[in-house]
Design a protein around this ligand. Sequence first.
Ligand SMILES: C[S@@+](CC[C@H](N)C(=O)[O-])C[C@H]1O[C@@H](n2cnc3c(N)ncnc32)[C@H](O)[C@@H]1O
Length: 309
Amino acid sequence: MARNQKDYYYDLAQKEGYRSRASYKLKQIQEFSNIIKRGDIIVDLGAAPGGWLQVAKELSGGRVLGVDLQKIEEIRNVTTYKGDITADSTIDYVLEFAGKGGVDVVLCDAAPNLTGNWALDHARGIELNRAAFECAKKILKPKGTFVVKVFQGDMFKDFFDDVKGEFVHVRAYTPQASRSTSAEIYVIAKKFLTAPIRKGQIYAVEITETGASGDGIAHIDDFVIFVKEAVTGSIVKIKIKDVKPNFGFAEVVEELKELPPNPKYGNPVQERTQKPLSAEFERQNRQPPGNASRDNYRPPKPDDDEENE
Ligand SMILES: C[S@@+](CC[C@H](N)C(=O)[O-])C[C@H]1O[C@@H](n2cnc3c(N)ncnc32)[C@H](O)[C@@H]1O
């Protein structure tokens, strides 16, 4: 089954002039979620040999940058950069490309060199995912899109939840072109939030108006929050329930007598800084390839790397 799948997309890529069978994964993601629009500025992290870059350029026609540890052979009107996406020097280059205006879409199909040790491969994959996520947060325009390949495992949920905290719509999707035995899944995050608030945060606010729906309206840094059933003139402690690009929704958790000096109560959405894998973790998890610890995890075979296809 996997071989047929491989042969089909591999042959199609050869026939249609794409550098990688992975091109069809991006095409299917596009069909599923319409992530790239005409004129979009796109950054692709972990882009070699360039199958996604070809598709991204075709779809957008706009400025496109591809970054990889390996040299990417030239693609007409596509900028390429050889570098490690976890390195500051690479991110500096990407920031320069993005400029003050930012980019519309950040793609990341990066994959670590698989060892066959499920836990180690998963952790290394998440490290790349977090590097791409941090980069995306620095360069995306408001309402921008982030698509990232994740190898499923214990750390998937935390990563998924963190991405959910920064975008309006987030879902996971496995394109048909992914092998049925692969643990990969694509996280598609749309509408990057630039609002000053995040879901779950708690604030003290004054309700200054009543909206058409009858809910109270408060402002945090000029950002409008609709507070369920709150009365104009009241001072309340609220919990943010949902955040959209231009406004948020909250509910009252406590009536207050006056506004406290600091209206924000802690920050439940923890900023996660990207940490390199510890040497201890690497040591504990280093095993010969083939000792995979999950049934659905298939150790890599030499002919199984995207780069070789
Ligand atoms: C599956 S391939 C990408 C295929 C690509 N989307 C295409 O369509 O041709 C994964 C790529 O991630 C790159 N990669 C892995 N770790 C990286 C890192 N730390 N920095 C930059 N690229 C990395 C690898 O060199 C490899 O080329």
